[in-house]
Structure formats: structure tokens, C-alpha cells
Design a protein around this ligand. Sequence first.
Ligand code: FCB
Length: 458
Amino acid sequence: MTLHLPSGPALALGAASASYQIEGATAEDGRGVSIWDTFSLVPGATKDGKDGSVACDSYHRYQDDVDLVADLGADLYRFSVAWPRIIPTGVGSVEERGLAYYDRLVDALLARGVTPTGTFYHWDLPQALEDKGGWLDRDTAYAFADYAMVVHERLGDRVKVWATHNEPWCAAYLGYAAAVHAPGRREGGEAHRAAHHLLLGHGLAAERLHAAGSQDVGIVLNLAPIWPEPGLPPEAADGIDAIRNRVWLGPLVDGAYDAGLLRVAPVLADPELVREGDLDLIRGSADWMGVNYYTPVRPGPVEPTPAGDVRHPETDAYPGAEPVTFVVREPRTDIGWEVDAYGLEELLLETYKRTGLPLMVTENGAAYADDVVADVPGVGRCVQDEDRRAYLEDHIAATERARQAGADIRGYIVWTLLDNFEWAEGYTKYFGIVHVDPQTQERTPKASYRWLQERLRG
Ligand code: FCB
């Protein structure tokens, strides 16, 4: 039984953000260095060579963000806490000024009637921990649980709904196998160790949070519907599904890594890695689950490669799985992701069937170029993002359909409030319902924001 997840008759709506993508002020008030500060400096790591050192300057302008969320009429605001602001070197001494920032943010949200929901880890690992092995090292899981408890002790009286991790698939496989996210390592199948340690960190934190009285501890996963293309051998599709979806759901629901997963990730059978008690700790540890969805995954057969070359770069993020190509059909958003709202409906129904847990769509949204700007009477000049509005409308409808079909879905949270630092894409892809001028930091709601506001006003 969760206590504080939205439970009204209507789907709760909100907007999301993540610390490194919006805060800036990376060298202020004692904040330590994160792996994204380091990684962004590597030539070629981000498309425009930029980093999050300024971003949307939300560290100073959080009140503007809160006003935008409140004026939208949103029920929820999903934010993440930057670990290096709280414990600059990952373990040990706590930075009071970092905690004070989130105090101010949370109080500002509550003062305007918006429910804050927090995420402890949205990818900004303290660099000092990466220097000791990062998520490949078991100690990082224990450090994570300690950090989560520090945050919860301070904010838990006001923030009741927490997620431990955001998209651990990205943290493990984009970070430690495909090298497109921080820390930018290419460790192949070793990345499965990172996956296990992320799950262990979740389990350790959940156990202690529950002991401290929290009943709304979740985890946010970017699960995906896997739709194989004709001609793909079944085991190739199974390998993708195993590493994208089952590596998380197996331990969380059954307390086990399944045989199909162990076929592609044999290291997960190593008793030195998966120690006695780990899986018992993880099983049943989530009170709710967040689903982030943007696009379906369509693995297809690989084109013939020169003799001997069995590696396919698109499969780097799925170490151990048979090589595939990922087919992307039309229509696509500006980041090249296929638009298919039915994928969300199917995913929610399947995830509910599999887990039985209350769900929230913790992220969904679309990148578009935002090149249509018009003067709107009574509003002024703003981006006319009809494409984004349609995407949101269709995906909210898909969420409602899954709900009517019986899935226990409590909320839908748009990614994202502000145009921001889009990881490896730098500042070249815009997901915001609010435009941000990179020079002046002026925030201007787009047509999609106005549409959502009308909808929320009923
Ligand atoms: C998700 C991330 C989020 C954002 C969106 C577009 O994978 O959780 O921070 O970058 O994609």
C-alpha cells in the first residue's frame, strides 16, 4: 500500500526536470564534480561541445520554474537531487548549502500548491566515486543508500514520493558499454555489473527508507516495447528484451535474473557479483514504478558485414546480445525517435500485468525544432509547437486508455518543463513546453504549455 502517490479519480499531471540538465551553478556552494561535468569536457562527447555549467540557471531561478509549474496548473513537479551538491565526494561530509537549495525548491513548490516528487539519482554521480570504479564497484551501491538517507532525512517530511534511480539502463549501458553517456566507458559485458550495483543500491536504499517510514519508494525505468522486424531470429529479439527490460523487472518482481538474460549476460550468475541476499533485498522493494516512454524499439536483422566482423555498433548498448539493427519508422521527432502512442499503451498494460504495482508515466515528451514562432494576441511572441502538442495529446490519451483497461496508473509527467541540456545532444534538441533563451535565460511558454494549461483548468 502506497500512502502518498496521487490517488484521485483523474490522472494527475505534472512536469519533470533533472538536476544536471537545468541547474547550472556547478561550482557553487560547495558542489563537487560529477561525471557529467567531466564527460562533457571530452571533445566530441556532446554535439555542440557544451556542458551543464550554466544550463537553465535553475539553481538561481528556481522560483521562476516553480511559478511556471504552478501557473500551468500542474499537480506534480518531478525533480532530481544532485548527489555532488549533497555529498561532494560521494561519501563522507555533507554540504549544508546543497541541502538548503532543495529545501528552498520544495518549500516554493508547496507554497504554490504543487506536489514535489524526488529522484535521488538522475545520472550525476560524484566524480570521486567514479575514480574508485563508479557503478562497476559494489561500494557505490552502499554510498548511494547513505546519500539517499541524508536527503530523505532532510526533505522526507515534505517530499513523500521518491524514486531511487532514473533509467538505470542508461546509467549502466550507455555509460559503461556504449560510451555515449558519462562516464563514457566501453567495458562491454562488464556493464552488467553496473546494472546489478544500481539495482543493489535501489534495494539498499529502499530497505532503509521503508525502515524510516516511507511507503512510496519507486524506481523509474525506461522500459520499452520490443517489436521485432521480420526475419530477426527469436534469440536476437530475446537478448534485446532481456537487457532492456528483464534485467530490471526480474530482480524487482521475482528476485531472479532469468535464464534468457543469463545467456547474454553470464556475469550475472557470478556469486562474487550477485551475492547471497542481494536478490531477496531487491525483490518487492519498489512500492510503485515509473515508466519513461518515448518510442518503441524495433530490432531487425543486421546487414551482411565483411567476413569476421560480427560486432554491430548499434548493439553496443546491449552487450552480449546478438547484433541487430534498430529500425526507426516514420513519423519521427527531431531527435530521430519514432512516434507511436500505442507503444505507451501496450507498455503500461504489460508493465502493470507483470508488476501489479501502481504506475506513473514519469517521462514522456518530444523534441522538435521549435522554428515556428508567432505573435499571439494577448500572449505575445511564442513557439507554435503544434507537433509537440499533438504528441502530448496522443500520449496522454494512450495513458488514459491503459487506465480504462485496468492498469493502475496514477500520473502522467511531461518531459520536460524547460528547453535544457539534453545530455550528448547538448543544447541542440528541445523537449521543453517552455522556451529558454540561452543568452538571457528568459522563459517563454510555448503553445503546448498553453494547451496543457487549458486542459488542466478543465
Ligand atoms: C530520458 C532522460 C531525460 C531526458 C529524456 C529526453 O532518457 O531521463 O533526462 O534526457 O530522455
